[in-house]
Unconditional design. Structure first.
Length: 251
């Protein structure tokens, strides 16, 4: 590790990754935002899914001030975050065959909807099966993953495939295998992961693209406002009444 504080070096690494995805994934981000806009315009619903820390980027665009009210979290009990005890249970559940099918079968997801699946490695059974089964239902799938894992690791799904192999659009976060940006001679393991910073930024870029695309078509994007600004609750109440049949986190 070169000169500079660990904090400086982490910021440099994160900024470098953000610059890479801004330049190299611009076309895919535009396509993903357009897909979401198309889905909203045609009466479809929006869903986001992620397991473990990948769920953070999914949760960041659900019921969020400045975000699309129609984005719903597709939650899988036990894998949404690290609140489950033991935390290792979530990682184990990601490898269980058939779990994605059970979740989709009991969810409101249907043909014509769009689903964003976020998985850093894209190698576990849960995100792979989620993508396969969702597309079989007629759902358009956007995958946000690190493509590097597909060439440097082995899939844990019985098909030997990765999330990226089953998506309509793939967004590559460019995160290196292992998700740790810094090393020090005095520390035996790499540290300082940046995947949450990058995937969250990419998700917000996609949502921003979707909102602007809808506006360009003369459709008011169903955005939420902060409840901590005057008029926010009234604004959100109107949006939720208008789109209530496509919002599932309020029931």
């Amino acid at each position: 590790m070169s000169d500079g504080t660990p904090a400086d070096l982490f910021f440099d690494a994160a900024i470098g990754l953000l610059q890479r995805v801004r330049e190299e994934e611009a076309e895919a981000i535009t396509a993903a935002g357009t897909l979401l806009a198309d889905t909203v315009a045609t009466g479809g619903r929006l869903f986001a899914f992620g397991a473990g820390h990948s769920s953070l980027a999914a949760q960041d665009v659900v019921y969020r001030a400045g975000g699309l009210a129609l984005m719903n979290l597709l939650a899988v009990p036990g894998v949404v975050g690290v609140d489950v005890t033991p935390a290792t249970l979530g990682s184990a559940l990601e490898r269980v065959d058939g779990l994605a099918s059970a979740v989709l079968d009991t969810s409101p997801v249907r043909a014509g909807d769009a689903l964003v699946i976020i998985s850093l490695s894209g190698r576990n059974a849960l995100p792979v099966e989620m993508a396969v089964n969702a597309r079989a239902l007629g759902v358009r799938v956007i995958g946000l993953t690190s493509v590097a894992y597909a060439s440097e690791t082995k899939s844990r799904h019985t098909s030997g495939t990765f999330l990226k192999d089953h998506c309509d659009i793939v967004l590559d976060s460019k995160i290196a295998v292992g998700d740790a940006e810094l090393t020090l001679d005095t520390i035996p393991a790499p540290f300082a992961p940046a995947s949450t910073v990058v995937t969250t930024a990419m998700m917000q870029a996609v949502v921003a693209t979707a909102a602007a695309t809808l506006a360009d078509r003369g459709i008011e994007p169903p955005l939420l406002r902060s409840g901590n600004v005057d008029g926010g609750h009234e604004w959100n109440g109107r949006v939720m009444r208008e789109y209530g049949d496509r919002i599932f986190y309020r029931h």
